[in-house]
Design a protein. Structure first.
Length: 195
């Protein structure tokens, strides 16, 4: 089983996270932020990852530390669960439509952290969630799970649809990339022999 458990406690957040890459898409999420709960629940569902998360954060300030630190923990969990990355497909991409919105994501599990973030989010908030935190989440994720992640908004006007389409698209790209290629299950997918 490709699983990981991450515990992170700082003066700003107290996080416990469990991840199973080969799950059924089941989740139990309590981040302290309703909108982020929604995004992580659908992320787990569309990636077929089992995800359990609790976070007690300084949400009386705002959601910044909560969102960033959950991104850190989720990235660390993916990195830990994949081990030496033997047998993975490595690449994944998805053009995901959601009503008027179309989001493209592409991933290379390369061992080199990079985020190409190309969203044009029209509103500053969805409910009480600051939409600028979407980029902070994926920055934290790629810094701790060193992948090349490109996210491009090809169309879209509705802020909720743009963000939700992004989390769904990234989840489905990750699902492809972390999948074991049965024909090459004992190989590292790189000429360098390491990722």
């Amino acid at each position: 089983m490709r699983t990981a458990e991450i515990i992170r406690k700082t003066a700003e957040t107290d996080i416990a996270l469990k991840l199973n890459l080969d799950g059924k898409g089941e989740s139990k999420i309590d981040s302290g932020c309703g909108f982020l709960n929604h995004m992580l629940t659908l992320f787990a569902k569309h990636g077929r990852f089992d995800l359990e998360l609790t976070c007690n954060g300084d949400v009386d300030v705002d959601y910044h530390h909560t969102v960033e630190d959950i991104g850190i923990c989720l990235g660390q969990a993916f990195e830990k669960a994949l081990g030496d990355k033997r047998g993975i497909i490595r690449y994944g991409s998805m053009a995901l439509p959601m009503d008027e919105t179309l989001i493209l994501s592409a991933i290379d599990i390369s061992g080199r952290g990079f985020l190409g973030f190309g969203l044009n989010i029209p509103a500053e908030k969805v409910g009480d969630f600051d939409t600028e935190l979407v980029e902070e989440f994926f920055l934290a994720f790629t810094r701790n799970f060193p992948i090349s992640l490109h996210i491009k908004q090809l169309d879209g006007k509705n802020t909720h649809h743009i963000i939700e389409g992004t989390f769904k698209s990234v989840a489905r790209s990750l699902k492809q990339a972390v999948k074991i290629d049965a024909d090459f299950a004992d190989e590292i997918p790189s000429t360098k022999g390491v990722l």
